[in-house]
Structures are given as structure tokens and as C-alpha cells.
Ligand binder design. Structure first.
Ligand code: GLN
Length: 284
């Protein structure tokens, strides 16, 4: 027999141990097991207290299958169908980018800029699952948020999340700002920014390429957004962009060349300059 798949795990402790031998991170194994057991992601302590509990055969088989898919690179969020982002539980699948905690930096920054405004108009470009748009609406209910994406598939996910979370965010299909009407107090985006030949892309084959890669230097979409945004910002409005770990200088340069002032960057949780933005001047 060539089959090297081990027997499905018998107990909670076996299950977590087996995942370790497959090379899975402990947190990933815990989230997959909680998902299979129908328990909340906040129930990790429950697993510790129940390590000798015997797993039902169906649960054990399913857990093992999910671990093997995780070991082959599928994001945990696609396997469980949801991801926590800025305190919201979002439904996600392979139609959208798996929201990253790095992107919470962009939300923090946008909130600093809009919360003092009575009814800020905010535009999220390339919304994907709706993560940024929905987090902003949740934290700042007075905001009028428009979420756009070029992908109808992605918009369906964003719309379903908005509906399920009862967060009234408007969704529209558009290619960046083409066809978008009106002016905004803040335009925010986590666009694709990986260089087409970046070897890092090989590890991300389960996510939509159009949400990840952007031309030879990864900056094609950011260039487009920087050029298109001024016509859609109120005087004093801000454009905030997430970008790659080594792109802050290039993005700041694009913003300055595009006429933005107050150009600056913000660090993500790992201390990497992950977002850059600028203000459209009041008097030009
Ligand atoms: N931060 C993601 C990664 O490098 C990419 C997200 C994006 O391109 N917007 O894995």
C-alpha cells in the first residue's frame, strides 16, 4: 500500500498533534478543529480543556481532509468560510482575497481622518470581501461608504457580508474610479501590488491573481488610483493606499508627483511601512 495518510485522529489532542506533523501552525489546526466541531473561533481554551475528548468519525475525517488542504496552501479562511477582521466576522471564499491583519492599519488611519466629520463620504476601491468598507461603517456609522470592485464575484461576497452584518454600505461595480461619481472625504484601497514575477506569488495560488498582481513592479494599479483620485476628493480629502513591504518610498513619490500634500506612511503590526497616503490640498 502506498497510502501514507495516517489514520484519522481519535481525540482532540491527537488531532492537534497530527496537524503539527503535517507542518501546520498550531493556530491553523485549532481554527480548523473548532470549525469542524461547530464551535466559535474564540473557543480555543475549550480545546485545551477537552484534549482527551473522542472525535466522532465524521468530524475526524473532515478535519483531516481540511488539514491536508491547508498543508497544500489553501488559506484557513477559505476552509472555514470566515475570517475575523477588525472585530467583524466576514464570510470569505476563493472569489476574494483573504483579508490580512496588516490591512487593519489602513482602517485605523482612515478612522482617524473621518470620525470627527459629521457625515464623511468614504470610497473603498477594490473592496473584495468588503473588509475595509464594512469595518469603517461599523466603527463610524455616520459615514456614507461606497465599496467598488471590478469583479462581480467579489461584489457578491461584499454585498452578502454587508447584508448579513446589517451594515448599510453601497456596492458598485467599477474599474477603479472609472464611472464613479461624486467626491469623497477619504478614498482607501488595498489594491493588488505584487510584482508579476515575484516568487511570493507562487505561495498564493489559491487567491484571485487579479487581487494580488499588478504589472512589472507591482505598482500599475496604484499609479492608476493616484492619477484618478484627485477628481474624486473634496479639497482636504485623503487618499490612503496599502502597498508592499518595500514600496513605501515609491508610493510616496507617486503621491507627491500627483500633487498630494502631507504625504506619509504608516506601519503595520509587524513594523513594516505598509500604507502611504496624502491629502488633496485645499488650495491648488
Ligand atoms: N499583502 C498580501 C501579500 O503580500 C497581498 C495583498 C495585496 O496584493 N493587496 O500576501
Amino acid at each position: 500500500m502506498d497510502d501514507i495518510t495516517p489514520n484519522p485522529p481519535a481525540t482532540v489532542a491527537d488531532a492537534l498533534g497530527q496537524a503539527r506533523t503535517l507542518g501546520l501552525a498550531r493556530i491553523d489546526a485549532q481554527l480548523l478543529l473548532l470549525h469542524v466541531l461547530g464551535r466559535a473561533t474564540t473557543d480555543r481554551a475549550w480545546l485545551l480543556a477537552h484534549d482527551t475528548d473522542v472525535l466522532a468519525p465524521d468530524a475526524s475525517d473532515l478535519y483531516q481532509a481540511l488539514c491536508l488542504r491547508r498543508a497544500a496552501g489553501e488559506p484557513v479562511a477559505y476552509l472555514t468560510g470566515h475570517k475575523e477582521f477588525y472585530g467583524l466576522s466576514l464570510q470569505v471564499d476563493a472569489r476574494v482575497l483573504d483579508p490580512r491583519p496588516d490591512t487593519e492599519t489602513l482602517v485605523d488611519w482612515a478612522l482617524e481622518l473621518i470620525t470627527h466629520l459629521p457625515a464623511p463620504r468614504v470610497l473603498d476601491l477594490g473592496t473584495g470581501s468588503g473588509a475595509i468598507a464594512l469595518a469603517l461603517k461599523h466603527q463610524c456609522p455616520a459615514a456614507r461608504v461606497l465599496a467598488v470592485d471590478a469583479s462581480a464575484d467579489a461584489l457578491a461576497v461584499a454585498q452578502a457580508n454587508a447584508h448579513r452584518l446589517a451594515l448599510p454600505v453601497q456596492c458598485a461595480q467599477a474599474n477603479w474610479l472609472q464611472g464613479v461619481e461624486g467626491r469623497f472625504d477619504a478614498i482607501v484601497s488595498n489594491p493588488p501590488y505584487i510584482a508579476a514575477a515575484d516568487p511570493h506569488l507562487a505561495a498564493l495560488t489559491h487567491e484571485p491573481l487579479q487581487a494580488l498582481a499588478s504589472g512589472a513592479d507591482g505598482l500599475d494599479d496604484i499609479r492608476t488610483i493616484v492619477v484618478q483620485s484627485p477628481n474624486h476628493l473634496v479639497p482636504g480629502g485623503w487618499l490612503l493606499l496599502e502597498h508592499g513591504h518595500d514600496q513605501a518610498d515609491a508610493v510616496c513619490e507617486l503621491l507627491r508627483a500627483g500633487g498630494f500634500s502631507e504625504v506619509q506612511s504608516r506601519m503595520d503590526l509587524a513594523g513594516i511601512a505598509r500604507c502611504s497616503g496624502g491629502q488633496w490640498p485645499t488650495v491648488k
